[in-house]
Design a protein around this ligand. Structure first.
Ligand SMILES: Nc1ncnc2c1ncn2[C@@H]1O[C@H](COP(=O)(O)OP(=O)(O)OP(=O)(O)O)[C@@H](O)[C@H]1O
Ligand SMILES: [Mg+2]
Length: 448
């Protein structure tokens, strides 16, 4: 807008300058005045012709005749040899609203005019200057409005951006803040905390992962507490029995020797039982720690089963139980012999212990692919479905009273489970109540 106006004024000024040159050089001042007036009317601008000293010779407004004009656009031509110049000037007006528009360098009361000047020459030497001055108030006002609008739009946009930024930062940080709070609560020992799984993407995943983790921690915590309370309970029972027996001996000094011997024998049994429980617990704890190492060697699992059957033959004979072995393969393993012997012993002992007199226990060993598969089945009472999932847990007994009678603590199968897992194998149970149970152990055959 500005440039177009400047260009038009330049063309008009140059055209006029060519006319004025001849009139001024011939000193035809009246004609010059007339032409200047008509051109001024036509252009809607004020026109002045100055001589080479800067004095006004003709002015369409007739107010500055004879005065010296010292605006930079004139001085530029007279003093520095420019041939044309252009400038915009504000004619200062006293404004009362200046302060209100502190961001705006112009104020509405000011008058704006442009000066377009052109040098007048005669045979190459400067003889005067033509000044075309036109009011550009309308244009400047439009510029101000535009500028005000731009400032306003900018402020609105900045405000919206700020609000959006605040909103999104709240949206993003709220779940993180709640997660942080939950973690702090967890750090203080409250493992029941869960965070809402809201939103999408990474934050949702984070919440889900956190919930899974806290659930596992809670379960771990519970099972550990239960373990400790079970262990204490198991240790307390023999101690209480021993205390009663000992007190009877202490407070009945005249007790018959036979009875005393019986009591002492019972105490001795309880001590054995305590020893056994503590031994089992120590085994479990050492299996728990990640530092547990397998003492591997090459041996035949079939041999281990045969040896264990020999050790248990007395028990089977006593109960008139039949122990049938069917060993299809020697199953040479590279594994921890002592630990797997314990596995075989615990399973076979259970089968004999929980099967009624005259029952049958079958032990089968086959090789299936890269695994040695050992199955121990009996035709005993079986294990109820709801208990099957728990029998590998520490201290879990199906029939509490009956197992206690038979001397079990409920640690045997959890030891089996741990040891088989340590070998990278698996153990499972299949059982129908009243039909008997079958335990299956699969151990990978590692070659040394
Ligand atoms: N062959 C089986 N037939 C029926 N029930 C069984 C059999 N094997 C295990 N159970 C049940 O599973 C429970 C857990 O067995 P586990 O060997 O872990 O403990 P336990 O025999 O009671 O004690 P421990 O083996 O520590 O002396 C037993 O109490 C018993 O109720
Ligand atoms: Mg057992």
């Amino acid at each position: 807008m500005f440039d177009e106006r400047k260009r038009q004024e330049r063309i008009a000024a140059d055209q006029l300058a060519a006319e004025m040159e001849t009139l001024l050089s011939a000193s035809r001042m009246e004609e010059l005045n007339k032409q200047l007036l008509s051109a001024g009317n036509q252009l809607g601008a004020r026109l002045m012709v100055l001589d080479h000293s800067g004095k006004v010779q003709a002015d369409t407004y007739s107010t500055l005749n004879g005065t010296r004009l010292t605006i930079p656009e004139v001085v530029g031509i007279l003093a520095t040899g420019k041939t044309a110049d252009y400038g915009v000037h504000m004619i200062e007006a006293v404004s009362t609203r200046k302060l209100l528009h502190f961001w705006q360098p112009y104020h509405e009361d000011a008058q704006w005019i442009s000066y377009c000047t052109a040098g007048l020459y005669q045979k190459g030497s400067l003889i005067g200057v033509l000044v075309l001055s036109s009011p550009i108030q309308d244009m400047m006002e439009r510029l101000f409005v535009l500028q005000n609008q731009m400032v306003l739009y900018f402020l609105i946009a900045a405000g919206i951006a700020l609000l959006l930024a605040l909103f999104f930062s709240r949206v993003i940080t709220r779940p993180i803040a709640s997660l942080t709070k939950s973690i702090q609560r967890m750090g203080h020992g409250d493992l029941s905390v869960r965070v809402p799984e809201k939103g999408s993407g990474e934050l949702r995943k984070l919440s889900e992962t956190f919930n899974i983790m806290s659930e596992k921690l809670e379960m771990l915590d519970k099972s550990r507490n239960q373990f400790v309370s079970n262990a204490s309970h198991e240790l307390k029972t023999p101690l209480a029995t021993m205390k009663i027996l000992l007190e009877s001996i202490i407070y009945q000094p005249d007790m018959e020797t036979e009875m005393r011997t019986e009591f002492l024998t019972d105490i001795n049994k309880e001590i054995d039982r305590l020893n056994m429980i503590i031994g089992d617990l120590l085994t479990l704890v050492s299996m728990d720690s990640k530092t547990m190492r397998l003492n591997r060697s090459t041996f035949s699992l079939a041999q281990v089963v045969t040896d264990t059957a020999h050790r248990l033959a007395l028990v089977a004979d006593k109960n008139h139980q039949e122990l049938k072995l069917s060993l299809n393969d020697r199953c040479e393993l590279y594994a921890d012999c002592a630990k797997l012997t314990q596995v075989v012993y615990n399973l076979m002992e259970n089968a004999l212990k929980y099967t009624q007199e005259g029952g049958t226990v079958r032990v089968r060993l086959v090789r299936s692919g890269r695994d040695a598969v050992l199955t121990i089945s009996d035709n005993g009472p079986g294990i109820p479905k709801e208990d099957q999932a728990h029998i590998f847990e520490r201290f879990y007994r199906v029939d509490k009273a009956r197992s206690r009678e038979t001397g079990g603590t409920g640690l045997g199968l959890s030891i089996v489970h741990q040891m088989v897992l340590a070998h990278g194998g698996s153990v499972s149970v299949e059982s129908e109540e009243g039909q008997g149970s079958t335990f299956t152990v699969e151990i990978p055959i590692h070659q040394s």
